[in-house]
Design a protein around this ligand. Structure first.
Ligand code: F6R
Length: 594
C-alpha cells in the first residue's frame, strides 16, 4: 500500500522518480507527489488522482535528488493536502504504512507549537522528525531515536533542508529496498520501481536505515554502521512490463502455462523440498483474499490425500482468536507479496506458540519469506495487476503438492497412482493454453449489464467459485456472491430474477448430481445459467444456457485449471465496462495495513 521511491545520482532525478512511481502505481493510486531540491530549496508538487495529473503540473526543473509517493489513503480522504510528500519546518518525507499512535503524538506536538495542515499520520511523523532533529541537531541520532516514538509500520524517505545531497531511508513493518546503478542510487518500496535502471539491490530489514548519497550508501542499525549483502533480481525484466498485452492482468493470466511448467519441472524433481506435513498433529492455513481461497482448496486436497484434518482461516480473524496451537502444529501462511499485515501478524503469533511456520510466498526476501521457519517460493515473477491470477494458481499448485507429498508419505497413494498424478500435473500447461483459446467475450456479454451475479458449487468447486466471484467483483464492480450450491435455497434464492447470471462450477463428479439439482432450482426461477464443467460429465441441456468445458483432470490438478475460465470472464466483463482493470478503485496490491 502506497509506493515510494527516491533517487540520488548524476541523472535528472525527476523523470526517474516519475517513471518509478508509474511502476509502483499498483500499490496505491488515489494521489501522488514528488519533492526535490532546486536552487538549494525544497520544492513539492502533488496532486489528487493518477500520476498523469501530477505530470501535468511538472516544470522543466532539473534536480539530482528527488523522492516520490503514490498513495492509497488511510488517514484522510484522497486530496492534494493529504497527499505526500509532507513538509514540516526543516523536514520533508514520504511514508508507506500506518503510525498507530499518531493521535497521541499529534496532541503532544501541538503543545510543543507544531501546527498541522492535513489529516494524515504522515505529517505527524514529519513533525516528530523535525522536533527530534531540532533537539538533537544530529541526523543519525534522530533516525535512531525514531523507533522509540513511532508505533505501527513505516517506510520513510526523509530529506533534511540543510543536507541537500543526501537521502535518508528507514523502515519498520513496511518494505524498502535500496538499489545501486552506475549513475546513482535508489530506494523504493518494491523492485519494479527500479528495474529500468538496475537489478542490484539491498533489502532493508526491520529498524535499519540507509544514508544514500549519489555515489555511496551506508547502512545503520542501532546506531552502528552495518554491511549488507548486495542481491540480484533474478527474474526476467520483461515480467514487470506489459510485453504487448493490453493489461498486466491479461498478460499474467497468459503467463500461467509457463510459470506452472517451471514450478512443476522444479518441484516434481525435488519433492524432498516440499514440506512433509505428517510430522504435525494439527495443520492450520492462514491467508487473506485470494490466498485464503487457495487455502480453502488445500483444505479439501490435504484432507483427502493426507487423511489429516486441516483448518483454514482468514488472517485478520486468526490473529485475534484463540487458536489452540503449539509445537505440534504447522501453520502455513500464504501470501503473494509476503508483506500482508494480517498474515505477518498471524505468522508472528504462531511463532510465539512455537508452531512450525511455512510461508508460501512470491516476493523473494519479503517479511513472511524471511520470518517463516520454512519458505516455498512460488516463483511467479512480478505480479503487477492488483487482482492476482498467476500467483493464486501457483499457490494452489504448491498446496496441491503438499497434499500429494503427504499422500505419498502416508502411503495413501500407490506407486501407480503417483505416476498417474504426475502425468496429470504435467498436462496442466497445455490444458491451460487450450482453455485460454476460448472466446470469453461471448459469456461476458451476457453478464456485464447485470447488477448482481451468483456463483455456486460444492466442496472444491465452491472454493473455486469464491475466487471466481472475487475476481469478477473486484475489477468489474458488479455485486457478486458465492454460495455452496445447496445453501442458496435457505434464503438467497429470493434474489434470483429473470436473467440473473448464475455461474455454476461442476468439476467434482462425486457431488455433481447434487449441484445439478441446485442449478435446476435457479434455472426454474429464470436465471441465466453458465456452467463450467469437465468434459466427461454429461449434463442435461435443459439446465444451462451456456457451457464451458475443461478437460477431465484429477482434482489435484483440476482445481488449478478450473479457475482460468473464471479469471478470463472477470477480465472480459470489466473490459466491456471500460474499467481500469489493472488498478481497480479503492484497492492496492500489497495490503500492509490492518
Ligand atoms: C485479489 C487479491 C487479494 C490478495 C490478498 C492477499 O485478487 O489479490 O485478495 O490475494 O490481498 O495478498 P497477499 O497474497 O499479497 O498476501
Amino acid at each position: 500500500m502506497c509506493g515510494i521511491i527516491g533517487y540520488n545520482g548524476k541523472e535528472n532525478a525527476i523523470p526517474i522518480v516519475i517513471s518509478g512511481l508509474k511502476n509502483l502505481e499498483y500499490r496505491g493510486y488515489d494521489s501522488s507527489g514528488i519533492a526535490y531540491f532546486i536552487n538549494k530549496k525544497i520544492k513539492i508538487i502533488k496532486e489528487k488522482g493518477r500520476i498523469k495529473n501530477l505530470e501535468e503540473n511538472l516544470t522543466n526543473d532539473i534536480s539530482n535528488l528527488c523522492i516520490g509517493h503514490t498513495r492509497w489513503a488511510t488517514h484522510g480522504k484522497p486530496s492534494k493536502i493529504n497527499s505526500h510528500p509532507h513538509h514540516v519546518n526543516h523536514i520533508t518525507i514520504v511514508h508507506n504504512g500506518i503510525i498507530e499512535n499518531y493521535n497521541i503524538l499529534k496532541e503532544d506536538l501541538i503543545k510543543k507549537g507544531y501546527e498541522f495542515k492535513s489529516e494524515t499520520d504522515t505529517e505527524v511523523a514529519c513533525a516528530l522528525i523535525d522536533y527530534l532533529y531540532t533537539k538533537t541537531k544530529d541526523k543519525l541520532q534522530t533516525l535512531n531515536e525514531l523507533k522509540n516514538y513511532l508505533k505501527g509500520s513505516y517506510a520513510l524517505l526523509i530529506l533534511f533542508d540543510d543536507d541537500i545531497d543526501t537521502l535518508y531511508a528507514i523502515r519498520k513493518g513496511s518494505p524498502l529496498i535500496v538499489a545501486e546503478s552506475e549513475t546513482g542510487n535508489f530506494v523504493a518500496s518494491d523492485i519494479p520501481a527500479i528495474l529500468d535502471y538496475t537489478k542490484k539491490y539491498y533489502l532493508l530489514e526491520e529498524d535499519e536505515f540507509a544514508v544514500i548519497k549519489s555515489d555511496n550508501i551506508v547502512f545503520y542499525k542501532d546506531g552502528k554502521e552495518i554491511t549488507k549483502e548486495l542481491l540480484t533480481f533474478e527474474h526476467d525484466i520483461k515480467s514487470a512490463k506489459k510485453d504487448g498485452y493490453s493489461h498486466f492482468m491479461l498478460k499474467e493470466i497468459h503467463e500461467q502455462p509457463v510459470v506452472i511448467k517451471n514450478f512443476l519441472d522444479y518441484y516434481l524433481n525435488n519433492m524432498n523440498l516440499i514440506p512433509d506435513l505428517s510430522h504435525y498433529k494439527k495443520i492450520h492455513i492462514v491467508a487473506c483474499g485470494s490466498a485464503y481461497h487457495a487455502g480453502l482448496i488445500a483444505t479439501f486436497l490435504i484432507e483427502k490425500y493426507g487423511d489429516m484434518e486441516v483448518s483454514t482461516f482468514v488472517a485478520s480473524e486468526y490473529r485475534y482468536k484463540k487458536n489452540f496451537i503449539n509445537s505440534d502444529t504447522v501453520v502455513i501462511l500464504i501470501s503473494q507479496s509476503g508483506e500482508t499485515a494480517d498474515t505477518i501478524a498471524s505468522l508472528r503469533l504462531a511463532k510465539e506458540f512455537n508452531a512450525h511456520t511455512i510461508g508460501i510466498v512470491n516476493v523473494v526476501g519479503s517479511t513472511i519469506a524471511r520470518e517463516a521457519s520454512e519458505v516455498i517460493y512460488i516463483n511467479a515473477g512480478c505480479e503487477i495487476a492488483v487482482a492476482t491470477t498467476k500467483a493464486y494458481t501457483l499457490q494452489v499448485l504448491a498446496l496441491s503438492l503438499f497434499a500429494f507429498k503427504l499422500g505419498i508419505v502416508k502411503k495413501n497413494i500407490s506407486q501407480e497412482e503417483q505416476s498417474n498424478i504426475i502425468k496429470e500435473y504435467q498436462k496442466l500447461p497445455l490444458e491451460i493454453e487450450k482453455v485460454l483459446k476460448v472466446n470469453y467475450k461471448e459469456y461476458a456479454k451476457k453478464i456485464y449489464k447485470h447488477k448482481s451475479v451468483f456463483f455456486i458449487g460444492r466442496l472444491i468447486d465452491y472454493c473455486i467459485c469464491e475466487e471466481g466471484s472475487l475476481k469478477l467483483k473486484e475489477i468489474s464492480y458488479i455485486h457478486s456472491e458465492t454460495y455452496p450450491a445447496g445453501e442458496l435455497k435457505h434464503g438467497t434464492i429470493s434474489l434470483i430474477e429473470e436473467n440473473t447470471p448464475v455461474i455454476a462450477v461442476v468439476t467434482d463428479k462425486n457431488i455433481a448430481d447434487k449441484t445439478v439439482s441446485n442449478i435446476k432450482e435457479v434455472k426454474a426461477r429464470g436465471a441465466y445459467t453458465l456452467v463450467l464443467k469437465n468434459k466427461n460429465l454429461k449434463l442435461d441441456k435443459e439446465i444451462y444456457n451456456d457451457i464451458i468445458e475443461i478437460s477431465d483432470l484429477k482434482d489435484l490438478a483440476l482445481a488449478i485449471l478450473a479457475i482460468v475460465p473464471l479469471q478470463m470472464i472477470a477480465f472480459e466483463v470489466a473490459n466491456m465496462l471500460g474499467y481500469d482493470i489493472d488498478k481497480p478503485r479503492n484497492l492496492a496490491k500489497s495490503v500492509t495495513v490492518e
